[in-house]
Design a protein around this ligand. Structure first.
Ligand SMILES: [Ca+2]
Ligand SMILES: [Ca+2]
Length: 302
């Protein structure tokens, strides 16, 4: 009898261990399912989307120019758990987006505006048009370096002569420094996509007029050729694998450039591939197709 009761209690103990193990693993499984990134699928019905950025919490913000040259009709949308909604309104022609801390910075035609991610009612001009060396014609891409500086390209008379562009640096206090002016350097025509290195010393940019990818030394202003053939170059992003991605707005293409310098086309044919970005988990390349009014996701793991 005694042996039997020991055996029974041992059984119960073993069972409870099995049950508790199951509870732990079940809970783990559930939480994994909840936090696992959901597959991102194409978003349609956007109003001339130009740029996109993902926040740490997974939300994806999209700038929508709406009608070109028409002020006040631009907006920023947010994609959260597959649901699209308007995040902030009243922009002119919003383009480049960057997140620093709690703020979403927007290159909005002639000025840089910022919106608080936690409260979109907190919307303010961070750099006014008057703060730039020359009156901005077409503020386009925004980039940030790890030191908290912003960089913005003014693509100049991008839709006309295709010249007159400049690139600026903006420090955390909002003070503007002109880095390069197309009036002084004929290589700089309509600078568009920007990519900062970790030190803020070099800024890679692609020119929309020439389709050439350049490196700009932010201290000396020296511009050197990296690669060419990107048509209407728009966005430039860097993957931690070392691969660069460059979009070509005019020809609706996205290119990859590996560390060996090999250039290939990635993703489908677009109508107008605008300012691309990579998701936080680096799984997707996000491509706003401006003319199609869509945001597409290229799965980089395939
Ligand atoms: Ca507009
Ligand atoms: Ca752009």
């Amino acid at each position: 009898m005694l042996n039997l009761s020991i055996a029974r209690s041992l059984k119960v103990t073993l069972l409870s261990v099995v049950v508790s193990t199951c509870i732990i693993s079940c809970t783990e499984q559930q939480s994994t399912e909840v936090t696992a990134p959901i597959a991102l699928t194409k978003v349609t019905g956007l109003k001339s989307p130009e740029s996109v950025v993902q926040a740490k919490d997974g939300k994806i913000y999209i700038s929508e120019i709406n009608e070109f040259g028409k002020d006040g009709d631009g907006q920023i949308s947010v994609l959260s758990n597959g649901e699209l909604s308007v995040f902030a309104e009243g922009f002119d022609d919003p383009k480049g987006l960057v997140i620093i801390g709690d703020w979403l910075y927007v290159a909005d035609k002639t000025q840089v505006v910022r919106v608080n991610l936690a409260d979109s009612a907190q919307k303010e001009v961070f750099v006014a048009a008057e703060a730039f060396t020359k009156p901005p014609q077409f503020l386009n891409d925004l980039e940030a370096d790890p030191l908290g500086n912003l960089y913005v390209s003014d693509s100049g008379d991008i839709l006309g002569s295709g010249k007159g562009g400049l690139i600026y640096k903006i420090n955390a206090a909002g003070e503007v420094t002109m880095l390069v002016d197309g009036a002084d350097n004929p290589l700089v025509m309509a600078p568009n996509g920007l990519l900062a290195d970790d030190t803020g010393t070099y800024l890679t940019f692609v020119d929309f007029t020439s389709g050439i990818l350049y490196n700009l030394h932010t201290e000396t202003g020296e511009v050197s050729d990296l690669e060419e053939g990107f048509g209407g170059g728009d966005g430039v992003v860097h993957h931690s694998s070392g691969t660069l991605y460059v979009s070509d707005w005019k020809n609706g293409k996205v290119f990859s450039i590996n560390v060996a310098g090999d250039v290939e086309t990635v993703g489908p044919q677009y109508q107008a591939a605008a300012d691309i970005a990579i998701t936080k988990d680096e799984r997707y390349l996000m491509v706003p197709d401006m003319k199609a009014g869509e945001l597409d996701f290229i799965d980089l793991t395939k």
